[in-house]
Design a protein around this ligand. Sequence first.
Ligand SMILES: C[S@@+](CC[C@H](N)C(=O)[O-])C[C@H]1O[C@@H](n2cnc3c(N)ncnc32)[C@H](O)[C@@H]1O
Length: 404
Amino acid sequence: MNHMRLHRNLVFSVIDGLNLIFNEGAYADKVVEKLLKRDARWGSRDRKFVAETTYEIVRWKRLYAEIADIKENYSRENLWRIFAVWATLRGIELPDWNQLAGTPTRRIKGRFDEVSKIRKIKESIPDWLDELGVAELGEDVWTKEINALNKQADVILRANTLRTTKEKLKALLASLEHETEDIKGHPSALRLKERANIFKNEAFKNGFFEVQDANSQLVSEFLDVKPGMKVVDTCAGAGGKSLHLAALMENKGNLISLDIYEGKLRKLKRRARRNGAHNIETRVITSTKVIKKLYDKADRVLIDAPCSGLGVLRRNPDAKWKIQPEFLDKIKDTQQDILQRYSRMVKSGGKMVYATCSILPSENQEQVEKFLASNDDFTLVEDKKLLASESGFDGFYMALLQRK
Ligand SMILES: C[S@@+](CC[C@H](N)C(=O)[O-])C[C@H]1O[C@@H](n2cnc3c(N)ncnc32)[C@H](O)[C@@H]1O
């Protein structure tokens, strides 16, 4: 028996959050962010309960709904049933609240054993996604992969070498009572031994680290940048990879960060200031001219392409329910279009990385093969297919290409 005591106002907050996410189409991360602002008196344990319980129930939505034998849209009563399944499976003693009266504890456990035999229910994913996973990766790999993608991800940091070294950061965090450990094969990464909100401490505010998955950190390294180069990060977003590239370039040379959304680039600029990254220039892609102006100019080009995000389900379980098959078809067209056009920015002899946080060959190696078939001035140097089930980190793909 789990002796966790359930607090009424915390559970009500979770139910409110689930209502927004499941019934109103709201994004889980935004909802959780808002919920955590609800009550200034909540301590770190309360906040952790609200955030983690909400995410867990989002992750296991189909499994729990199947056990509770309910269908969408969920009434409040049904949301309470789902919550009761969550609590029961965790062995938490149910308080005698009206909303939980009559929870069939034994039946829940029986149903769990029964429905767990079916992968798409056990792993809590839509039918189409299960079929797609099997078609793309084969039954064996998909079974392992979706299982790994349903585990909660560790918190991984990237030491910002523009401000500090990994060793100094480790010591500083230890003095703030955050123990970390190195990760083999990931030179700037530290794993937080115990999950904590580290955005509030001085080390973060001073730009000594960013939170970034260990496999994600391999992408910028793969591009093989050197100080002084001209580098274009074509899908820079809020700049996770740009900040890393700036550090690898030791602030020397010219890094141009592009995106179609100005808002994301604004965030990138704020983060760059905190990071002490001075060689980044942002440009919004308002027309094809922005790209054409850079044709044949760059030593290195990074295409961190928009994708399904199926490799990062551990951090974003919501995506299981938000992505639609039609979106996948569209995003693949965008990926090929971006590859064809943005590759022109690489100068002769220069290099390019095409990367996604997806595990689907159709978004990854197949896109690169298609690109190479019509661009004989490029060759594939090497690619990495990183699965969550094999690496223990997020699913990523990266291909290094060179222009003749
Ligand atoms: C995988 S995310 C980038 C994440 C970012 N590189 C990071 O490391 O934090 C893909 C980005 O591509 C942008 N994007 C979508 N379509 C684009 C296009 N046609 N050209 C350039 N960027 C695009 C999205 O706005 C999004 O920020």
